[in-house]
Design a protein around this ligand. Structure first.
Ligand code: SF4
Length: 381
């Protein structure tokens, strides 16, 4: 089953680390919603009959800047153009400052059944450093609100490795999340992306990044702590209680098809070779104008060979606790990894970074997870 992704490019303000596409100046969301509906109709005509939809994900930006009526209009458009009879999961990313009980109840009533909440930290100092739009109070209160509104399936995002964040803050953030019995946590280490406010501060010497060892220590602590509290570490950044894994993200890691709508959204469709990946223009006004002129708002399209897909499978598979299935790699992607990378596999195993599981599967070890990118580089074709 395919997934649908809707990119909602509106934010209240600019978080210092963010390099996603968004605007903070939109006065009305109506032109965006109208353009989005046209785009959904266009792709529905081409892809709607090919595969039923399993998951829908509203990401951003900040999707919770949209009123529930707009979210409903988008879902209705999707329902008219695609086979949504088997949809299991509709996720919406929510910022704590948007979490009024009325809004949350409205979202629940129109079919949203999972929330991904951008808490990032429960501490005012951290939130101020990141320039988040919500307060400490809102960060601490949002979980009760979403539960009261009827959501039991939700995730919270937390960021570690902030330059001046005392390590006790990070431990306390995790403890608080565990005490609240949240069913899913995504943890990210703060990375300095080019052309962000944070990168500018680092360049000017106003902020210094944590060194790799400290980041790695916090990551290892995170794994130990959350696993001891009953979370499954099912992907490098994702921890879930049993039964609460993200189905939408899991479908990306499995190489399932997905379509992305909205500015800067990416799509992937594999039905015969070459497979296709394409992305929309990264500009709201251009997106609205192009779609308004009944054109496709394409930024780029690329074709992926079987080797490209095999490399992606290795990269994505290693991120997950399932690891890489060597038989699948051979039958689906035509690659005999043991033949191609025998020496690298032996060296990585000896270094304690990967381990074989039941003979025909390879997984990152605990230590390997903190250097996932370098392992992927060694195994790439
Ligand atoms: S709310 Fe999210 S998308 Fe918006 S600026 Fe902050 S991190 Fe970026």
């Amino acid at each position: 089953m395919a997934g649908l992704y809707v990119h909602v490019p509106f934010c209240e303000r600019r978080c210092v680390y963010c390099d996603f596409y968004f605007v903070t100046t939109a006065k009305s969301h109506a032109p965006f919603v109208a353009a989005l509906r046209h785009e959904i109709a266009h792709y529905g005509a081409e892809f709607g009959a090919l595969e039923p939809i399993g998951t829908i994900y509203f990401g951003g930006g900040t999707p919770s800047r949209l009123v529930a009526r707009d979210v409903e209009a988008i879902l209705l458009e999707i329902g008219q153009r695609f086979d949504t009879s088997a949809v299991e999961e509709i996720t919406l990313e929510l910022n704590p400052d948007d979490a009024s009980l009325t809004y949350l109840r409205d979202l629940r009533a129109i079919g949203v059944n999972r929330l991904s909440i951008g808490i990032q930290s429960f501490y005012a100092d951290d939130l101020k450093f990141m320039n988040r739009s919500h307060s400490e109070l809102q960060a601490r209160g949002v979980v009760d609100e979403v539960r009261t509104a009827g959501f039991d399936n939700f995730s919270i995002d937390l960021i570690f490795g902030l330059p001046d964040q005392p390590s006790e803050y990070w431990a306390a953030n995790l403890e608080r999340a565990a005490r609240m019995e949240v069913p899913h946590i995504s943890t990210y280490s703060l990375t300095v992306e080019p052309r962000t406010v944070l990168a500018n501060r680092v360049e000017r010497g106003l902020v210094s990044e944590l060194d790799d060892e400290e980041v790695s220590e916090r990551y290892l602590f995170t794994m130990d702590y959350l696993e001891s509290r009953g979370f499954e570490h099912y992907e490098i950044s994702s921890f879930s209680k049993p039964g609460f894994r993200s189905r939408h993200n899991t479908s990306y890691w499995r190489h399932d098809n997905y379509l992305g709508f909205g500015p800067a959204a990416h799509s992937f469709w594999w039905r015969g070779l070459p497979a296709g990946r394409w992305a929309n223009v990264r500009n709201l006004k251009a997106y609205e104008a192009i779609v308004g002129g009944r054109q496709v708002p394409l930024d780029f399209r690329e074709h992926l060979s079987l080797d490209d897909l095999a490399n992606e499978y290795i990269m994505l598979g290693l991120r997950t606790s399932d690891g890489i299935d060597l038989d699948l790699l051979e039958t689906r992607y035509g690659v005999d990894l043991l033949d191609e990378k025998l020496d690298d596999i032996a060296q990585l195993e000896q270094a304690g970074l990967i381990q074989p599981v039941s003979g025909r599967e390879l997984q990152l070890t605990r230590r390997g997870r903190s250097v996932c990118d370098s392992v992927v580089l060694r195994l790439a074709l």
